[in-house]
Design a protein around this ligand. Structure first.
Ligand SMILES: [Zn+2]
Length: 339
């Protein structure tokens, strides 16, 4: 079926059009105009409206790079439905290299927002009315929190069939089944017209995680194929079965000092393996060894070499069996690598 015109920020976008528009944010005390860049690819054929957002936290760069790579893919020429890609939700945060907004609030947690609330709430309201009200599906791109690096992972509410299918199609090494409303997951909690949403986390703030960016773009393309926005798979590189868990616990240090890791993100470890050693920074004494409590995979870890007692050190996903590549339908038809 032929697509219909779409209106964003009083601009009418016709089927088959590909445009970049600038959505003005609420005004700051400088009265200087700040705009959020938005790419809209409005396919000729009607289909899902997929919204992909990055940099809700202004210090998270990986999602920006993923959207850049995605928009350069030739295969988007055969798009069905509509792709709305927002490389930077928090422009003010990007300018300041800060996680938060000028009012020191976090955009995450401010949705759906209010027309008369704080700056964060007004920005959330603007995005909700102009963009998220159009979405049928959503992918929210993040990095680890400050001083934390994360193995590529998807977070979603697996109780919703379509969100579960999106997470499966994405094919991240680990999927966290969560009922949290972090990021844009509030869209999936809406009472009226909930929007299937997944969060993809990789790397750390203020760094580009080349591996996580590449895997993220592949995952987004697989989701778009699943949603029939792109032609069916001709091919796909082997993706490992995603390990699905609830909320893996963190290991905290019980001493302070210099922390040296012996395992990397994504490493598969056996119970009893030495993960890290904390030593006296003023001498040679070892104060603590962080030992794997189970067989598993390292999902996240601190990026700080100096730790205080009680700090979070490492997060491990417990595995009870080997996760060898499995033959899913897409794996039977390997996809050429994305440039
Ligand atoms: Zn974030």
């Amino acid at each position: 079926m032929k697509n219909k015109p779409l209106t964003i920020s009083n601009l009418s976008i016709q089927p088959g059009e590909k445009i970049a528009l600038a959505l003005p944010t609420p005004e700051l005390y400088t009265c200087a105009k700040i705009h959020i860049p938005i790419h809209v690819l409005h396919g000729k054929k009607q289909g899902p409206v997929l919204v992909i957002c990055a940099a809700m936290h202004g210090d998270e760069m990986n999602g920006i790079a993923m959207i850049q790579k995605l928009l350069n893919l030739h295969l988007l020429k055969s798009l069905t439905g509509t792709l709305i890609a927002i490389p930077v939700l928090n422009i003010n945060g990007l300018i300041m290299q800060s996680r938060s907004l000028p009012d020191q609030r976090d955009l995450e947690g401010s949705f759906p927002g209010s027309e008369t609330g704080s700056f964060a709430s007004r920005l959330a309201h603007l995005l909700t009315t102009e963009i998220f009200s159009l979405a049928t599906h959503c992918i929210d791109l993040h990095a680890g929190e400050p001083q934390m690096e994360k193995q590529p992972q998807v977070h979603t509410l697996m109780q919703y069939e379509e969100a579960k299918n999106m997470a499966r199609a994405f094919g991240a090494p680990v999927t966290i089944d969560t009922d949290s409303q972090r990021g844009l997951l509030w869209l999936a909690h809406k009472e009226e017209n909930p929007v299937p949403t997944i969060i993809y986390d990789t790397g750390e703030p203020m760094r580009l995680d080349v591996h996580g960016i590449r895997e993220g773009v592949k995952g987004i393309v697989r989701v778009m194929r699943h949603l029939q926005m792109l032609p069916a798979q001709k091919a796909s590189a082997y993706a490992e079965e995603s390990i699905v868990v609830n909320s893996p616990p963190w290991i905290h240090s019980s001493s302070s000092g210099l922390c040296r890791f012996y395992k990397s993100l994504g490493d598969r470890i056996h119970k009893g393996a030495l993960i890290a050693r904390i030593s006296d920074p003023f001498g040679t004494k070892n104060k603590e060894e962080i030992i794997a409590p189970c067989d598993g995979v390292i999902l996240a870890r601190t990026s700080r070499p100096i730790v205080n007692e009680g700090d979070t050190i490492v997060q491990i996903v417990e595995t009870t069996r080997s996760h060898e590549p499995i033959l899913t339908e897409e794996n039977l038809h390997p996809e050429p690598p994305l440039s």
